[in-house]
Write a protein that binds this ligand. Sequence first.
Ligand SMILES: [Zn+2]
Ligand SMILES: [Zn+2]
Length: 403
Amino acid sequence: MIARVLCLLLILSGAQASARSAEPTVAVGIFSGVRFSACTVVGGAELQVAATGAEGALPPGTCRAGMALAFRADGDRVTASAAAPGPRFTARAWRLTSSSPISVTPEGGRGRSYRGELVIRARAGRLRLVNRVGLEDYLRGVLPAEVPASFHPEALKAQAIAARTFALANLGKHRAEGFDLCDTSHCQVYVGAGRADPRLEAAIQQTVGVILTYQGEPIQAVYCDTCGGRTAGNEDAWPGSRPLPYLRPVLDAEGGTVWCARSPRAVWSRRIPQRKLGDALSGLGVQGAVTAIEPAACDADGRPTRYQVRTEQGEWVINAGALRAAVNRALGASTLPSSDFKAAPNGDTLVFAGRGNGHGVGLCQWGANEMAKAGKTAEEILSHYYHGATLTRIYGSENVPGE
Ligand SMILES: [Zn+2]
Ligand SMILES: [Zn+2]
């Protein structure tokens, strides 16, 4: 898939940019954070069911409109039946397609509906569901989960372009598990077809096929809820990652106005026992209760990139993103909402006063919304957060915004 995308970009960068390509397909691992061994599927009138490696196949006409099919993992194979006490058929994989969204309900969970193709496999008694879907339909399931539809249209367009670009840049991220992207915030949250909104639909349609590139390749267009006034460089959020030229720290302000100051998560405070902090950071080598955490290095905008952690036993210098990740892994996902904070000792606790919510890298969603309300275009918003990246339309027929 990546080779195909690169090929398209080469075509575009040639003298004739008229040879637009087809829309790519994305394989999304759905319910990927959930373990279950059975599910029911309801398709529309046109539901087609095909089996790979089958011992027999569902007879034609078994899947009438509105009829539920039951699937259950059997080791590394999947059995299907059209009615509870009815004939069962086992196959290595089942492929379901329909002209209308297919509704899937994992055992003991809540159902969702999906456009495109549904592939059902099993591994060691657990079902693995993959939704193969066109990139634009994929975005229709991402934007409702990743951005408020009430945001300004230009911010929504910027978000659509960022999410589309992120998907293309990360195709194959989960190749070992048999899909491209998972449906959690590890990649992008994807909720399928059920939460359409005309405002999000407009943002997708007005940017069809448009992505951000750097040196001809889709960029890692990461985004976060609220940066807190200054974004982070990618290597300061994710230690060991190569500094990317378009993910440099950005002062998220203009003329004294902090763009994301109106976010409900612009500032935060937490009180954490010193001993708990020491335990949380023990995986990074810290020993003992943490008596102080102070910035050891900051970027040009003053955002801490490394912290010095002190205990009675010693001092350690720790990458800002690594510190936040270790604390949140040990004490709960939103214990430290961001890696931009000051910490002051108080009794046997540290009191944290922080700014922003999320990793802080790339587009700041609340900042983008305020920029849009102040009259900035989607293109201006994207070039603010992803400095040096270029807007490119790789498929679709209309002009690139700002072209
Ligand atoms: Zn993922
Ligand atoms: Zn911001």
